[in-house]
Structures are given as structure tokens and as C-alpha cells.
Ligand binder design. Structure first.
Ligand code: ARG
Length: 432
């Protein structure tokens, strides 16, 4: 059992943001660009092809970042006819009760169910559920925090039947589930929205359903906004590691700087070639085990102590009163969740804080509007327009390859010569 969460099996995740301990990957041995999504189609149309060496180098950088973060890696067995199997996010979904095998939409990817089932069987991890109504893919599933699930549905990757089947299973466990409609051009929810920590996410507000954005805000989750160009570059598609750390692609420079300004540690592997197939760090990884959200919170910040004082001088007891006042609709406008002692912030997540968070930076609009060329007049235009612009060439990377084996990897990987762990900068907050 994972300590601290009753009902959670040895393998399991109850949030997108608890400290990541074990992750599932798939070696990119058969990686190719298939015309299954707008980003890949645009790159294929430009005549470009993925350079297998660059793909291996980038994958190795991702592995190094996981290694640097202390995450154990496990591997699917790649099969030659499954060119997109490397996006291990989609073929299964770990839950607090064990893995669900998804029911993928595209014939080119449906065969991924077999290696995924074999993997969990070999791991000795009982499969919790098999999705078998409509379609559902892991990239559309966001386990936001214990008790709170969001499921994106475009109708083509995840459809309403698939979303509802999964929603029913979680609802039966007492969870609140939000279905998020999304245009199929954006493929999966995790292309336009990903959690960073328990109170911060990245997302593209021009694409996301406004009701979903309001729902997030109502649950005390702030959003760092991104542009269409960044969505097309898979910049939103980052992986939370817990403890205010993420893996986010090197080319997401603006967003990474904004994250660092928020105090987030960003590990930034070069993923320029792999992302041009339509998936980044989030798509490439399926967390198998995270610390339970409560434990991860307590492990990273101090345990509740009513005498402890926050940066702004409030005692925990006082901030708890303020949280209760906030629930009653009388939030002190000068107090943001960032000012609260960590323990009180957690208390506010468990006792839902339904008021939109009070500081203007809760929605930090860091994106430039889509560049003003006429074809980008609407969000969809901007997506198409950006997706068809000439792609950048892949940059060389210094990380070397290393042998992999099935099952847990305990051998430390080679030290990358380019540092991928950058310390956070705490300057640049946009909060007035
Ligand atoms: N979780 C994700 N967003 N996965 C991206 C998968 C991309 C892959 N090229 C596909 O079209 O299926």
C-alpha cells in the first residue's frame, strides 16, 4: 500500500503532481511520424522525416532528466509495427486502484493494448479496468488531485462513450469528474493543459473550454497561459515530478522562464524531433507510482504547526480562518494562496476553496496573442497556420545513449554534459 492513502495499491497515482517514483516509457526503436494528428501531418507534408539518431538522443535526455529526479524507469517492449508506441501515456492509465487499459481510437495504435497488458502482468500489477465502451486514451485523462478528475473528449481520440465509462468508474469511488470538450485538432487534453503542482497548471485559455478554466479556478488552480504557437510546439505537454519540479522541453523557453519565475524547477531535455510527432514529455510517460498527494505535500513542506508563520506573517490558525472566510465568500483580497503557509494551502485543497483565487496573477497571461498575420484570425486558423509553418531543424544534443532493460532501471545513467537541471529563479513574478 502507498502510505497515507487508503485503498491505494502498491502501484498507483492519486494526482498528477505527487512525487513521481516510477514511470512507464517505451523505447523509441520504431518511432516514426504517422499522419495521425495535425502537428505530424504538417511536418510530414514539409518533407521532413525524424532522424532516428536524434530521436534516440532526445529520448536519452528524457531518461537522464528522470534519472536526475530519482524516478525509476520501466519499459514497454516495442513492436515494429507500432510507430507511436513511444507515447506511453495513451495506452494505459494508472489510477489509485491500479492501471486501466485504454481503448484507443486509431487502428495504427490499437495494437498497443497487447504489450501494455503483458507489461502489467509481468510487473505483477493487477489491471483495475479495461475500457471497452467507445474510446478513451490516456492523454485525455488528468487526475488533478485526489477526488478530482478531468477527461478531455474530442470525439476522435476520446469520445463521449469512452469518457463516460471512465467517469462512471471514478464517480463510483466518490470522485468529482469534469468532462472537457476539445476540438479534435488539438488531439488530447494534455496538448493544451497539464498540471504543474497542486495549485498551478499550464494551459491555453484561447483553446480551453472557458467553463473548464472557471472550474479550475473555482478549485483554486491557477493557470499559466500559453499561445497557439506553444501548443503546436507541445510546450503545454510537460510532466510534473512533484516537489515543484517539472520536465518541460528545452524549446519551450518562454514557458520555462515563466515557470521558473513561479519558483518551479524545470528540467529541460531537448525534445525537438520527438515533439514533431505530436507528443512531448507528458505523452512519453505514464506514471506508475507517485507519492500520495497528501504525503508528497507533507514530505516537501513542513507538517501542520499552528504556531508556524507564513512569509506574510499569518499564523496557520489565522490562514485557516481566512480559508474558511474565503469559502464563505469573504476572501481577503490581499492574500493569495502563495502567501499561505504550505499546510494551510493543503487544508484549502481538501476543504474545497470554491472562490476564484484572489490575486490577478492567478491567471498569468504570459502569451503573446497569435502573431497577427491574417490567417491566424481565429484560434483554429492560428493552429493550422502555425502547424504548417516550416519546422525547425533538430539541434544536436550531447547526452549519450545507454543500454536499457525491461523492468525497473536502477543503474545510474550517464551524466549529461549539458546540464538539464536548472535552478529556479524566483524573480519575475507578475503579481502586482
Ligand atoms: N498524450 C498525447 N498527447 N499523446 C500524443 C500522441 C501523439 C501521436 N502522434 C498520436 O497521434 O497518437
Amino acid at each position: 500500500m502507498v502510505e497515507g492513502v487508503s485503498g491505494m495499491s502498491t502501484w498507483g497515482v492519486d494526482s498528477e503532481t505527487g512525487v513521481l517514483r516510477d514511470v512507464l516509457l517505451c523505447p523509441p526503436d520504431n518511432y516514426d511520424w504517422l499522419p495521425l494528428n495535425a502537428v505530424a501531418r504538417a511536418n510530414i507534408a514539409s518533407g521532413a522525416r525524424p532522424d532516428p539518431q536524434a530521436v534516440r538522443r532526445e529520448f536519452r535526455e528524457l531518461e537522464d532528466a528522470l534519472e536526475g529526479a530519482g524516478v525509476r524507469r520501466h519499459y514497454l517492449t516495442p513492436e515494429p509495427h507500432l510507430g507511436y508506441q513511444v507515447y506511453a501515456r495513451d495506452s494505459s492509465q494508472m489510477t489509485p486502484w491500479g492501471p486501466m487499459v485504454t481503448h484507443m481510437f486509431k487502428p495504427e495504435r490499437q495494437g498497443e493494448y497487447a504489450p501494455v497488458i503483458h507489461f502489467y502482468q509481468a510487473l505483477g500489477c493487477p489491471i483495475w479496468r479495461y475500457a471497452n465502451h467507445g474510446h478513451v486514451e490516456g492523454g485525455d485523462i488528468a487526475i488533478i488531485r485526489p477526488g478530482l478528475l478531468a477527461i478531455g473528449h474530442t470525439g476522435t481520440r476520446t469520445d463521449l462513450d469512452g469518457a463516460r465509462q471512465l467517469a462512471g468508474w471514478f464517480a463510483a469511488e466518490g470522485w468529482e469528474v469534469r468532462l472537457v470538450p476539445l476540438d479534435e485538432h488539438f488531439l488530447h487534453l494534455d496538448v493544451v493543459f497539464c498540471m504543474v503542482n497542486d495549485r498551478l497548471a499550464v494551459g491555453c485559455t484561447q483553446v480551453l473550454d472557458p467553463d473548464f478554466v472557471a472550474w479550475l479556478s473555482g478549485h483554486g488552480i491557477a493557470l499559466l497561459d500559453t499561445s497557439y504557437r506553444e501548443v503546436m510546439d507541445l510546450s503545454c505537454n510537460l510532466l510534473a515530478l512533484g516537489n515543484d519540479r517539472v520536465i518541460s522541453a528545452l524549446h519551450s523557453a518562454r514557458l520555462n522562464a515563466a515557470l521558473r519565475a513561479e519558483g518551479i524547477t524545470v528540467l529541460d531535455p531537448d525534445l525537438r524531433v520527438i515533439t514533431r510527432g505530436g507528443g512531448g514529455a507528458h505523452c512519453l510517460t505514464m506514471p506508475l507510482r507517485r507519492d500520495a498527494a497528501q504525503k508528497s505535500f507533507e514530505g516537501t513542506r513542513s507538517a501542520p504547526d499552528p504556531r508556524r508563520r507564513s512569509r506574510s506573517g499569518e499564523s496557520v490558525a489565522r490562514t485557516r480562518r481566512l480559508i474558511r472566510a474565503g469559502e464563505a465568500g469573504a476572501v481577503n483580497q490581499s492574500l493569495t494562496w502563495r502567501d499561505l503557509p504550505a499546510t494551510a494551502r493543503w487544508a484549502s485543497t481538501r476543504a474545497p476553496f470554491r472562490k476564484p483565487a484572489p490575486c490577478a496573477r492567478v491567471l498569468v497571461s504570459t502569451s503573446a496573442p497569435p502573431t497577427a498575420s491574417p490567417p491566424c484570425a481565429t484560434p483554429m486558423d492560428a493552429w493550422r497556420c502555425c502547424a504548417t509553418r516550416p519546422a525547425r531543424s533538430s539541434a544536436p544534443s550531447s547526452a549519450s545513449g545507454a543500454a536499457r532493460a525491461g523492468g525497473p532501471c536502477t543503474r545510474p545513467g550517464p551524466r549529461p554534459s549539458r546540464p538539464i537541471w536548472r535552478s529556479p529563479s524566483r524573480t519575475g513574478s507578475s503579481c502586482p
